[in-house]
Design a protein around this ligand. Structure first.
Ligand SMILES: [Zn+2]
Length: 317
């Protein structure tokens, strides 16, 4: 059950005006940390594998199967999603592997071709119950060539959604990919206008560059899926760098890997608080979302190594 369908978590979240955290995985440590954090927060979560991540591993299958396994053992709803696939073949492979949600990114194509290709991929996916996100307006930052000044036009967004049949739309509203600073300025008013014009969940890419208060404002204005990648890599690498600096004789990757994993988990909990409401409050909103997805709460004495146990520290060989 905890391996969930995207529709089951984004549908209730959109209706309630809440955000869903979608975090990019690099290695299995990221997946473990993200899911452990979601379990601690009692929130549903999305594990995302980008086309670039699959290329890093040499293939989609090993990292996809790892994420699916981590998702299946979770005590909260977890969706595994293919992020920024520019090649339809990768979308088809993801679906065959059991990944139930994909982003097909044809945003670099001229509008008409973007519509035609996206509609074709969407038809194929929806016949197999695979949820499709697509992009209009080319969000900046990938390959370093596009500026954060790109903007999605609300009317064009509505026609694009109607013409392609997609399940969710990634929009350009001021954020940019791979930002190391958190000072992007979002066009909150534009988000509200697109939310009015479009009947499917909206996706914010490049959210690592957006300060927490603006992420919360973006969700209030109508954003549902909040994609975060670079921010986790920042804390992961910083923790590992510190761990190695603290002990110049350390050679066991499990020791510094555990430090990186714990840092990612802490950051995910903080970000889930920013986009999903204050998690120090009673978890009613999250529980409603999770409940609508069929989640009935952790099983007492359930599976091994849930929650904090998932991140249990280093053990000697
Ligand atoms: Zn993106």
């Amino acid at each position: 059950m905890p391996l969930s369908a995207m529709h089951d978590i984004t549908g209730p979240a959109r209706a309630a005006g809440r955000g869903i955290g979608a975090f990019n995985v690099i290695g299995i440590e990221h997946a473990e940390a993200i899911v452990a954090a979601a379990e601690r927060a009692g929130a549903p979560v999305v594990l995302q594998i980008s086309e670039n991540c699959a290329a890093y591993h040499g293939a989609l299958e090993p990292i996809a199967r790892a994420c699916l396994a981590v998702a299946r053992s979770a005590t909260v709803p977890v969706v595994v999603h293919l992020d920024h696939a520019t090649n339809p073949d990768l979308v088809y492979e993801a679906a065959r592997l059991g990944v139930g949600s994909v982003m097909y990114d044809a945003s670099q194509l001229p509008y008409e071709k973007n519509v035609r290709m996206t509609a074709e991929v969407t038809r194929w996916c929806q016949q197999r119950n695979v949820w499709v996100e697509a992009e209009l307006g080319e969000i900046g930052g990938k390959n370093g060539v596009h500026s954060p000044s790109a903007r999605t036009d609300p009317e064009e967004a509505a026609s694009y959604v109607a013409a392609t049949g997609i399940d969710a739309l990634a929009v350009a509203v001021g954020s940019s990919h791979a930002m190391l600073s958190r000072d992007a300025v979002l066009d909150i008013e534009l988000i509200a206008r697109i939310r009015q014009a479009v009947g499917v969940p909206l996706v914010l890419h490049g959210s690592s560059g957006v300060p927490d208060r603006d992420l919360a404002a973006a969700v209030r204005a109508g954003m549902t899926k909040i994609n975060i990648a670079t921010q986790l890599n920042k804390v992961f690498t910083t923790a590992i760098r510190q761990s190695l600096a603290d002990d110049g004789t350390m050679v066991d990757p499990r020791r510094y890997g555990a430090a990186g994993r714990e840092a990612v988990a802490s950051e995910v909990i903080r970000l889930l608080g920013a986009i999903g409401g204050d998690i120090s409050e009673p978890l009613s909103s999250v529980e409603r979302t999770a409940g609508a997805a069929g989640y009935r709460g952790p099983t007492p004495g359930g599976r091994r190594r849930q929650g904090p146990g998932r991140l249990a520290g280093h053990r000697s060989p």
